[in-house]
Design a protein around this ligand. Sequence first.
Ligand code: ATP
Length: 355
Amino acid sequence: MEKKFRKIGILTSGGDAPGMNAAVKSVTCSALSRGVEVVGIIGGYAGLINEDLRPLTKIDVCDIVSKGGTILYSARCKEFMYEEGMQKAIETCKKNNIDGIVAIGGDGTFRGATDLSIRGIPCIGIPGTIDNDVTASDYTIGYDTAMNTIVDLGDKLRDTAESHSRCIIIEVMGRDAGYIALETGMALNAIGVALAEIPFDKEALYARMKKMREMGQHSFVVVVAEGLGAAFGEALEKEIPENTGIEARFIRPAHIVRGGVPTLRDRNLASTMGDKAVDLLLQGKSDLVICSRNDKITSMDIKYALIVDRMFKNKLKDGDLDAFSAEEIESMKALCAERRTYFEDMYDIINTIGC
Ligand code: ATP
């Protein structure tokens, strides 16, 4: 039997991402339709500590699906990472009859959600970040919109690069992760993509560029991931002309790609994930993150998801795997291997067909 929840709290935390509002709307409408009240927690975990709450009705969320950013605001809240802040947050939940929380954000947000779950406040995480750096999920909310914005910008930059026979180097967001660089690199017909996950062969890039220029190619696009550090793309701007004779310009669109109208894919991903989150909370589940895996909406234990993330990013610490069975560790390794193969395959294709 479904546990009777009085009220679900919903928050957005970490970096904003287009589609977060569609998730807020979905959670709200899904919960209300099942007779559960909804309250928006303003400014992420800070809103929980400061008791900054706003009851949400269907009318409040009716018109937000097409809006970028987050109507619930977002903030990074250090206080919540300490026991005192956490206890204040729990107090707010108890005082306001919040029986469960849906937390939309990235891995930091999920750490907060698992901490609350352990302390008796059921939480479900929804991956909302343009970076797509939640290894447990094939897609995160905002990723598709950010990539489409980059492709739009890149196409425009290509027009000028073509007219002036230049190479455009575009640095794209993604924090440490190269998903955005990889996918947009392919879509923009980049001659090369540089990301932290795979060693970058500059000499091979120069050779490909020189060959194409000899054949008569005017413009080139190189996509560089933020994860390589600020100096990487800027250095390429000097090194490409030195090594190929081709003029180069470095562009960093930065936060421009984080806002904007969410794509259909992000809206619908957010809508299905939001509904699933409510479903799980009402089933009495907690400490889970919603995932999109092979085009299906599923869920995964948050601690498992955080560790598989660290495994993929080669950031495992001593003892991280102690709580997991041999079978679980094997399936984590399989997921990481799947991600690595995806990166390697896409990278090879770009280097083969990019021009
Ligand atoms: P993004 O990927 O966009 O950066 P994120 O969710 O990873 O999103 P963070 O700033 O890392 O963004 O985390 C968001 C918030 O989650 C923090 O401001 C903090 O309130 C909470 N948080 C992060 N790490 C922890 C932790 N270890 N324990 C408890 N709460 C945490």
